[in-house]
Design a protein around this ligand. Structure first.
Ligand code: 5AD
Ligand code: SF4
Length: 464
């Protein structure tokens, strides 16, 4: 059978999409290879959140021109967010691409690849070439039609397509309706839709039977999860956490990403009261300045965000909070940036993901505001915020020294052992998502919950 190679850029949603694409292709008998040279089919699952991620895919495609000349019957496919955003532009920039498939069409991938191969073997390739399938766009179509055009695609995966046997992601929502002005996601991932709780629970039970211990629930704004039954809100994220907690075998439950509005008491009580739910909340603030938040069309103010942070720490005292920030957003002044520094100091995040603003054509910010903070300043602000965040991360991590923590060991670090040449260095995560590395005689602890006493700490890592 033909072999496929798949490269994935972007967020956990994309990683899960790729797992499902891999599972679908395998079910049809295709074999996965990790070596491009070996492949008959080369696929890129792409991201559009920042320009850099797109540039990387276009240059990788550029390098494949020669491959296509050598393998005229080989198939090159661009999948995911960039496919939905750029559509025909991809064929213009890389005419040798065969297939452009949006994130809502991935269920069709195996069938399309089979059709391609059939036409190829029949020697009449062209009718199927340059195939473009994407979802309807919001501006031109009715909301329900657009929602339907993003396939609610979540078939069960084979365990082999996941990173390992004991951790799994489960999508509980699709899309986003927030329309932050800088963000392309609502355009490429479509309207917010919550999956029925029964479907989610069935999936979790099967995963638990396959030996999964840790589940990460995914949604672009996961705390907006709401399954409506007959017009009344019947199941919210908090309810879902209670239901999933009942599943035997599952020992740890995480959920990402939260929007700062809509983290209600019920959700915080569920995090506090359910032992399986990790005391870890990723709640992107994006900026610590009210004027910037307004330009970003985030729907909260800095005082509201601070109040939320206080409430999280008061309700779940051992909670770890993490955030995302964009520095150098349109018109960001030194004072506005300073307000972000102040918020990072106030909130004492476990860590923050910091991004330099990248203008995305098709977003409101690109239409309304100039991307006028020079690259040099963006870099400086990025480094400055990272430095402050690292100091806080280190202070918080030091409080763990000499304490015992429970971790799920998830793999090797790739570095050799430190105490003895015979050792391997393993790594795992605590419930509050802290990375713990430690030496072990072998890798037999991978996939197990174990206790380790912490000997030392760095900004991102604890040493057991
Ligand atoms: N430029 C830079 N960062 C962005 N993000 C989203 N859109 C952009 C953009 N245009 C960041 C936000 C979001 C994270 C996933 O990516 O911080 O939370
Ligand atoms: Fe993008 Fe805002 Fe939706 Fe997050 S909430 S995906 S930043 S539009």
């Amino acid at each position: 059978m033909p072999k496929f190679y798949i490269e994935t850029v972007g967020c956990q949603m994309n990683v899960l999409d790729s797992e499902q694409a891999v599972a679908g292709l395998r079910r049809c008998g295709f074999e996965r290879t990790t070596d491009k040279k070996d492949a008959d089919i080369i696929l890129f699952n792409t991201c559009s959140v920042r320009q850099h991620a797109e540039d990387k895919v276009y240059s990788a495609l550029g390098r494949l021109k020669h491959w296509k000349e050598l393998h005229p019957n080989g198939i090159i496919g661009v999948l995911g967010c960039m496919a939905q955003k750029d559509q025909k532009l991809i064929f213009q920039r890389a005419p040798f691409v065969d297939l452009v498939l949006g994130p809502g069409q991935l269920d069709k991938l195996p069938g399309i690849i089979c059709d391609f191969l059939q036409t190829n073997t029949a020697g009449c390739r062209l009718p199927a070439a340059n195939l473009l399938q994407v979802s309807l766009t919001r501006l031109e179509h009715r909301h329900s039609d657009v929602a339907d055009s993003f396939q609610q695609y979540d078939p069960l995966r084979d365990a082999g397509s996941r990173k390992n046997k004991f951790q799994a992601m489960v999508r509980i929502m699709f899309g986003c309706d927030k329309f932050c002005t800088y963000c392309i996601v609502p355009k490429v991932r479509g309207p917010e839709q919550s999956r029925p709780p029964k479907e989610i629970l069935d999936e979790v039970k099967i995963l638990a039977d396959e030996g999964v211990l840790e589940i990460t629930l995914l949604g672009q704004t996961v705390n907006s999860y709401k399954y409506l039954n007959g017009g009344t809100c019947s199941v919210k994220l908090a309810d879902l956490l209670y239901q999933i907690s009942e599943v035997n075998g599952i020992r740890r439950i995480r959920f990402v990403t939260n929007y700062p509005i809509g983290i209600d008491d019920d959700l915080l009580f569920a995090v506090r009261d359910l032992p399986k739910v990790a005391p870890y909340l990723h709640v992107p603030a994006q900026s610590g300045s009210d004027s910037v938040l307004k330009r970003m069309k985030r729907q909260y103010t800095v005082p509201q965000y601070k109040e939320l942070v206080e409430k999280i720490y008061a309700t779940v005292p051992d909670a770890a909070i993490t955030s995302d920030f964009i520095v150098g957003f349109c018109g960001e002044t030194d004072e506005e940036f300073q307000a972000t520094v102040d918020l990072v100091k106030f909130a004492r995040f476990k860590n923050s993901f910091i991004f330099k603003y990248s203008e995305r054509p098709g977003t409101k910010a690109a239409e309304l505001y100039a991307d006028n903070v020079p690259e040099e300043i963006k870099k400086e602000r990025n480094n400055e915020l990272l430095r402050i965040q690292d100091e806080i991360g280190l202070e918080l991590n030091k409080t763990f020294i000499s304490k015992e923590v429970e971790i799920l060991v998830d793999g090797k670090t790739g570095k050799g052992g430190t105490s003895s040449a015979a050792n391997v260095q393993l790594s795992g995560r605590t419930a509050c998502d802290r990375i713990v590395v430690f030496d072990s005689p072998d890798d037999s602890l991978i996939g197990q919950f174990i206790k380790r006493r912490i000997a030392d700490a760095a900004p991102f890592t604890l040493f057991g």
